[in-house]
Design a protein around this ligand. Structure first.
Ligand code: SF4
Length: 93
């Protein structure tokens, strides 16, 4: 492993634990269901917002390119960025 790779490894942690990922996913599903139960059926963002979010992710040090997942929350980003009530865990979008 090169020195740069080692430094990046020190800066960006591995994926959160399975328990943490499960908790994050459960929270997101809960918010999604709450929104639907409140009658707001606009559950997904439009194409522009989806692309805006995903572009931000692709430039983020937490983005794991091979799996298209976020190393901060563990979520799969292609579906996550589409969901209106989802949030970036470090408030980038
Ligand atoms: S959700 Fe946030 S922290 Fe995760 S990759 Fe996207 S911008 Fe980075």
């Amino acid at each position: 492993m090169s020195k740069e790779e080692q430094q990046n490894k020190n800066v960006v942690p591995e994926f959160p634990s399975a328990v943490e990922q499960g908790k994050n996913l459960t929270e997101l599903i809960g918010k999604f269901v709450d929104q639907a139960l409140e009658g707001d059926m606009e559950l997904l963002v439009d194409e522009f917002e989806k692309n805006r979010r995903f572009c931000i992710c692709q430039a983020c040090p937490y983005y794991h390119r091979a799996s298209k997942r976020c190393k901060k929350c563990g979520c799969f980003l292609p579906p996550k960025v589409k969901i209106k009530v989802s949030e970036c865990p470090i408030k980038k979008w």
